[in-house]
Design a protein around this ligand. Structure first.
Ligand code: PEP
Ligand code: MG
Length: 903
């Protein structure tokens, strides 16, 4: 007997925690049903059924019977059968995945209508002319949606037929069409189906439903859904659930309507009545933003009873979910129905404000508030904004709705294709459309910002841009956008053509001609210490409270990658607890190149000594400055890493210079050219760099160690508290490290004797090669700390050249799903992560007090920070601007209770 798998859940059977199985929409419909809210009855087909279908091409065994049972129960409850001729039960078939993917997948409404039941629908709707019109309009909508979604026909075929009908009637409004017109349109639409799909529109309601369910399953793999998932990092193998829900109609007259609402403002977090309402319309009309809605508050005048009930429900939902909810509802002849709710998307600023508001309302604790925001949102808040003081100098073209915050400047483009094309060439563009639809997704991803002339804060453009954290101004109605001509006209006749630069302010809704200067965000001013939390606005105060809690809870320390005193000081203001990586090679550039050239060209010990002696005081000064900026905190200084020829002139350029000069070539240039040729490597990343360089060029590392020790002694004598840590790069074998270590210890002793000052310095290594990770137990004999250099470790684990592959072929790899995100951006847990686990475990087995950190780019990436917490590292180190993000994510990781392997 095959195991029974439950593929179909009545709305009364599910709950909000079953999102994986029932999708977000299905789980929340079930939750609302169980809360006793007015949800039209229905059932959900699970994501598991979808996954089976996508894998095998057929629905799983047992699904049909289970749908039969649930449908029969639904029919029993509603007292009518699906498509019953005299009083049909009609259903909608809607997608609903684990994660919200607005507008990406399919929906078919009015299933159950056919040539017979259309009359029954008209009769039960009232039997008058308006009801006739409604029934035939509903029927033609079904054929249109079914044709497009289920049979894969071009939507334009239907749109064109509707336009033709309107033209023949001499009108441009649907409202001028009557029942006979729609009856004729039904016949036309059926002809279109027959001609283009090679089959008749199915009259059998159950066949309609089954085919619609499969079409929703298939829509999981529609191009735009795939693109959206990649953008939002939603796994590709989840599948969608399908909700079969009895239809309620918002288009039954002026006492009906449909709307969307938020329990708070998703842009600012403020409590109030936020939403849009559209009388005599179906849900799709509102979300598509194609007809003018009225503010939700106006519903009070239109239908006070439904309005009051809606407000009470919104309060119930907020208290139940303890968060901002968004809602879709329909009023059918004065009766309110809830069609959807979910914890709503919000802007980054609103996320912080709402989290602390909920704390103040006693709905959640501060710990939970920390888990309600993300490092990605915090990073968004640190973006610059337009300079209000100076935006006055720019031409304000118009003001639209502030749909998604931020400041974006770029060339106006009018199509998704053009946006992608120019962005690929490295240009900043603003996508300008009348309204967007899911086909514009690629252009929205490519653009710096999105500007539309129609649609409200719940329009497609607004919802999707907010989800992406992309700046958006929508509903700028004064703009006359002519997409075909590639231009828009602003009030006063100002014409902006493709390629003209515009600036859009997603926080105020302003649209400017030309480039507006930008300023720091107040959140950055706060982190910089230029703005006290008490002086800041609600957002700054919220950030301050949440950061304080994250800092208190986190187990990971956060250090900075910084190699000059200015960066070190900023990092400290941002909360750095030391430096995790000071790349000394950055100190060998500029005027000092000459000194490095001398080192490379040195032929005798004396020449080499002289070159190093010239570099040493400069290095000492560098280190003293950094120790001062990080006084009392650890500073990990990495000895020089890259190959020396990186500091020499380019081989081709120098060859040309010497060749052109011929006999008269500068002898120094000739010697340099010879050295460049000698040092040239096919694979410099795998060549003479890191510890290898230190072992081959004698005196180089010693000079650096001496400079560190003397700078530390100097600081100590000046009353400071320097805490140097010396780090050896690119070690693959303990023997390499031992050789350097012995030499370094000797130097530290000598400096101690010479200066009379004892500044202890730990000596450790980077773990950047698989061999180092796999022999970590041995390496820990000679290392007091490990710092994972995950840039190189990723490069060497995958065999990917870190300088080349991302531009060369990662696009294709992402498309193929080899990985969902570049492993140079987010740590590859399975491969690189496994090496880190091995090294951490074996290193600590040898030396229980071994300090562990990470200093590759991953140290500031939210997901990777969580991994570092799980593995039990002591700290993460990242660039100064990412420090607040790392602090927050470290706090979130601790609060999420992610187990630590070895802490
Ligand atoms: C690393 O490899 O991760 C690292 C921090 O060193 P670099 O990026 O300087 O090679
Ligand atoms: Mg490295």
């Amino acid at each position: 007997m095959p195991k029974y798998v439950k593929y179909v859940y009545d709305f009364t059977e599910g709950n909000k925690d079953l999102k994986e199985l029932l999708g977000g929409k299905g789980a929340n419909l079930a939750e609302m049903t169980n809360l006793g809210l007015p949800v039209p009855p229905g059932f959900t087909i699970t994501t598991e059924a979808c996954r089976h279908y996508l894998e095998h091409g057929t629905v799983p065994e047992g699904l049909r019977t289970q749908v039969d049972e649930r449908l029969a129960a639904l029919e029993g409850r509603m007292g009518k059968r699906l498509g019953q001729a005299d009083d049909p039960l009609l259903v909608s078939v809607r997608s609903g995945a684990r994660f919200s993917m607005p507008g990406m997948m399919e929906t078919v409404l009015n299933i159950g209508l056919n040539d017979a039941s259309v009359h029954g629908l008209a009769a039960v709707a009232g039997g008058d002319a308006a009801s006739e019109r409604f029934a035939w309009d509903s029927y033609r909508r079904l054929i249109q949606m079914f044709g497009k979604t289920v049979l894969g026909l071009e939507g334009d075929l239907f749109e064109d037929a509707l336009d033709t009908l309107k033209r023949d009637k001499g009108t441009d409004s649907d409202l001028a069409l009557d029942a006979d017109d729609f009856r004729a349109l039904v016949a036309t639409y059926k002809g279109i189906v027959r001609e283009h799909a090679g089959r008749d529109f199915p009259e059998d309601p159950r066949e309609q439903m089954d085919l619609a369910v499969k079409a929703v399953f298939d829509s999981w793999n529609a191009d735009r859904a795939i693109l959206y998932r990649r953008q939002e990092r939603i796994p590709a193998d989840l599948g969608t659930a399908v909700n079969v829900c009895s239809m309620v109609f918002g288009n039954l007259g002026m006492d009906s309507g449909t709307g969307v609402a938020f329990t708070r403002d998703p842009a600012s977090g403020r409590q109030g009545i936020y939403g849009d309402y559209l009388q005599n319309a179906q849900g799709e009309d509102v979300v598509a933003g194609i007809r003018n809605t009225v503010p939700l508050a106006d519903l009070e005048k239109i239908d006070k009873r439904s309005y009051d009930e809606l407000l009470a429900i919104m309060e119930t939902l907020e208290n139940h979910y303890r968060d901002l909810c968004d809602i879709e509802f329909t009023i059918e002849r004065g009766k309110l129905w809830m069609l959807q709710t979910r914890v709503g998307k919000r802007t980054a600023a609103a996320a912080f404000c709402i989290a602390t508001q909920l704390v103040d309302q006693g709905l959640i604790g501060l710990d939970e508030a920390v888990t309600r925001v993300t490092g990605g949102q915090l990073a968004q808040l640190m973006f610059p904004r337009f300079d209000d003081a100076r935006s006055g100098d720019s031409t304000l073209l118009t003001k639209g709705m502030n749909a998604s915050p931020g400041a974006a400047v770029g060339k106006a483009v009018f199509s998704s294709e053009r946006a992608t094309e120019l962005a690929e060439k490295g240009e900043d563009v603003i996508l300008v459309r009348r309204e967007t639809n899911p086909d514009d997704l690629a252009g929205m991803v490519a653009a710096r910002g999105v500007l539309t002339s129609r649609g409200g804060k719940t329009s497609h453009a607004a919802v999707v841009a907010r989800g992406m954290g992309k700046t958006c101004v929508c509903g700028a109605e004064e703009l006359d956008v002519d997409v075909r001509a590639g231009r828009f006209t602003a009030p006063g006749g100002v014409v902006v053509a493709e390629g003209d630069v515009i600036s859009i302010d997603g926080t105020s809704g302003a649209v400017y001609l030309g480039e507006v200067p930008v300023v720091n965000s107040p959140v950055v001013d706060y982190f910089e210490g230029d703005l006290a939390a008490a002086e800041g606005d609600e957002l700054v105060k919220a950030v301050d409270r949440i950061m304080a809690c994250a800092d208190e809870k986190r187990a990971l320390r956060v250090r900075a990658n910084a190699d000059n005193p200015e960066d070190a000081a900023r990092a400290r203001r941002f909360g750095a607890q030391g430096i995790g990586l000071c790349r000394t090679e950055h100190m060998f550039l500029g005027d000092r190149r000459r000194l490095v050239e001398n080192l490379v060209l040195a032929e005798t010990d004396a020449e080499r000594r002289a070159a190093l002696d010239a570099l040493e005081p400069l290095q000492r000064r560098d280190f003293a400055g950094i120790f001062e900026a990080m006084d009392g905190l650890p500073v990990t200084i990495r000895l020089i890493d890259p190959p020396l020829h990186e500091f020499l002139p380019d081989l081709t350029e120098l060859s040309v210079k010497v060749a052109v000069a011929g006999e008269n070539a500068d002898p120094q240039d000739r010697r340099l050219l010879e050295a460049v040729r000698r040092l040239h490597e096919q694979n410099p990343m795998l060549g003479l760099r890191g510890v290898r360089l230190g072992l081959v060029i004698s005196g180089l590392f010693s000079m650096q160690v001496r400079a560190i020790a003397e700078a530390a002694a100097e600081r100590r004598l000046a009353g400071g508290d320097p805490r140097p840590e010396i780090m050896i790069p690119l070690v693959g074998a303990v023997q390499e490290l031992e050789a350097v270590r012995e030499d370094a210890l000797g130097i530290l002793e000598r400096v101690k004797a010479d200066t009379g000052v004892d500044v202890p310095a730990m000596i450790g290594t980077m773990i950047e090669l698989p061999r180092a990770a796999l022999t970590a137990g041995q390496i820990a004999e000679a290392a007091e700390f490990f710092s994972f250099g995950t840039n190189d470790l990723t490069q060497t684990t995958w065999g990917f050249s870190r300088d080349d592959v991302e531009a060369a072929f990662f696009g294709r790899y992402l498309e193929l799903g080899v990985f969902g995100v570049s492993p140079f951006e987010t740590l590859d847990r399975d491969g690189v992560g496994r090496l880190i686990r091995i090294a951490a475990e074996e290193g600590r087995r040898t030396r229980p007090d071994l300090k562990l950190g990470i200093c590759g780019e991953h140290g500031g990436d939210p997901d990777s920070v969580h991994f570092c917490h799980e593995v039990g590292l002591d700290y993460v180190s990242c660039s100064p601007f990412r420090i607040p993000v790392a602090r927050l994510e470290a706090g979130r990781a601790a609060l999420a209770g992610e187990g630590s392997d070895s802490r």
